[in-house]
Design a binder for this molecule. Structure first.
Ligand SMILES: Nc1ncnc2c1ncn2[C@@H]1O[C@H](COP(=O)(O)OP(=O)(O)O)[C@@H](O)[C@H]1O
Ligand SMILES: [Mg+2]
Length: 267
């Protein structure tokens, strides 16, 4: 059994009166790839934004590599984390969003070196070496000196991925990274994620509506509905054998409009 890299323990999240996550318990092993699926509004983004420290849980504990994220231990008691603690633990996490949010006035290379220089304190030379390595990994080694406006959506998203990877996070979060792309650009982005997943080392949580892709790269599928984890298991169980009605209803919508058609195997 590998050690948990991420764990959610009795995590709840409300916005005002509305509870959008209800008692979430989830443990993700080091190196595990988890695909988070579920209807719009079910709480997927909120679940991973709490891990990126962009939202604070209302209650419960989230741990990253054995360290509480939103809490710290003082005299053997958990107290709310201070900014320094959050910053330290957050360094383990990288996130790619639906909208790439690149800095428009910086080149591709500069987009990928700014955080290593200013957050990690690397020299310009070290930051550049790392950035070039990651940009080559996402197949943009020939685009270092151009500006985001000159890139396609798929290329922008791959820059966003390289920018997250240069920080060498232990956990990478992908939130519907292909939903804003033109259909013909989806494949190249999924391919880069697939290669990253197959390298094996990195723990990955992917929110996606690409079911065939999820089935291919994920070790485990987690189905979230209405703020609850309704079902989780290996892809085969989720896609072929589940008898859960809500899950079956959700999956039935994907038969026709997946980028990777589901025709080769039945759902
Ligand atoms: N900042 C916010 N303020 C108020 N409600 C929010 C906020 N963020 C998300 N929500 C609500 O929380 C629920 C879950 O949202 P979200 O996590 O984005 O779901 P998903 O990513 O599965 O579509 C939705 O009902 C959404 O409207
Ligand atoms: Mg979302």
């Amino acid at each position: 059994m590998t050690k948990p890299m991420v764990s959610y323990k009795n995590v709840r999240k409300s916005f005002g009166e509305i509870e959008v996550l209800k008692e979430v318990n989830l443990e993700i092993s080091e190196g595990e790839k988890v695909a988070l699926i579920g209807p719009s509004g079910s709480g997927k983004t909120t679940l991973i934004r709490m891990l990126m420290t962009l939202e604070q849980p209302t209650s419960g504990v989230i741990e990253v590599d054995g360290t509480p994220l939103w809490h710290m231990e003082v005299n053997k008691r958990l107290v709310p984390a201070n900014e320094k603690h959050l910053r330290n633990v957050r360094q383990n996490i990288g996130m790619v969003f639906q909208h790439f949010n690149l800095f428009p006035h910086m080149t591709v290379l500069e987009n990928c070196t700014v955080a290593p220089i200013h957050v990690l304190g690397l020299s310009k030379k070290e930051a550049k070496e790392r950035a070039v390595e990651m940009l080559e990994k996402v197949k943009l080694g020939d685009k270092l000196d151009i500006y985001p406006s000159q890139l396609s959506g798929g290329q922008k998203q791959r820059v966003a991925m390289a920018r997250a990877l240069v920080m060498r996070p232990k956990v990478m979060l992908f939130d519907e990274v292909t939903s804003a792309l033109d259909p013909e650009l989806v494949g190249e982005v999924l391919e880069v994620i697939r290669e990253l997943a197959h390298e094996g080392k990195m723990t990955m949580i992917l929110v996606t509506h690409e079911m065939e892709f999820a089935r291919d790269v994920a070790d485990r599928i987690v189905f979230l509905d209405n703020g609850y984890i309704v079902e989780e298991g290996p892809p085969e169980q989720i896609f072929e054998y589940s008898s859960n009605e809500r899950l079956k209803r959700f999956l039935s919508r994907f038969r026709l409009n997946s980028v990777y058609p589901l025709t080769t195997r039945s759902v």
